[in-house]
Design a protein around this ligand. Sequence first.
Ligand SMILES: Nc1ncnc2c1ncn2[C@@H]1O[C@H](COP(=O)(O)OP(=O)(O)OP(=O)(O)O)[C@@H](O)[C@H]1O
Ligand SMILES: [Mg+2]
Length: 242
Amino acid sequence: MKKILEIKNLVKSFKDKEIHKDISFDLKAGETIGLLGPSGTGKSVLLRSIIGLEEIDQGEIYFHGKRIDLLTEEELYPIRTKISYAFQNGALFDSDTVFENVAYPLFEHTKLSEKEIELKVVESLKIVNLENSLELMPSDLSGGMQKRVGLARAMVLDPEILLYDEPTAGLDPSNIETVVEVIRKFKAKGISGIFVTHDIPTAKKICDRILILKSGKIAFNGSVEEFENSTDTYVQTFLSGQ
Ligand SMILES: Nc1ncnc2c1ncn2[C@@H]1O[C@H](COP(=O)(O)OP(=O)(O)OP(=O)(O)O)[C@@H](O)[C@H]1O
Ligand SMILES: [Mg+2]
């Protein structure tokens, strides 16, 4: 399969605090990677680095073979329509309706008519089963619904890659199941993903490959089957639910 994203020898520190010492991996077209690691190992920082929200100190990031880590904000703009980031808490605009929240990237990045935007928003909200909540405000929604609106917004521009930051954290089993179904629908559309999580059962259900961070490096990179059969003690702490 074709590589669509390549991370090469990424190094990232905040002042004297070294977060990533040497991170290399790639994401193939259509693949979903589960990114695991204890709290504070830099999973969110890694996702933010990929789309240029964090400047890296060393290393290279390629999207379709084109280097993207040296791009300016302006040059990153079109890249961020192709690589979309679903924030950890949904990050909805509190004073905007569900419709306005999901429509925002379309107004920002496209020249579609209002009618076309409405169709796209409804299509995205259908995928997350919220097509009847257009006029609600974020404060009217449960945490699980807010995350689903965040997912609808993240996919409304038809990205090639979705970066999911803990989309199932803090959700009850029924909402987790809904998010799993949503991610499966994205996969069926051919969208690749990096799924950051502490939720191992869900990672096993939706991921093709598992990566585990440890002390600024990738301690494990293998298929779900290899993950489950690993005899490495660090890997096993994840399997047993930490
Ligand atoms: N802007 C920043 N300035 C300084 N330090 C930061 C900044 N952003 C993150 N960090 C630090 O980088 C480290 C990694 O943070 P990050 O949020 O990526 O962890 P994480 O693996 O996503 O953790 P969790 O599983 O709890 O979400 C943490 O020690 C954090 O305090
Ligand atoms: Mg995080």
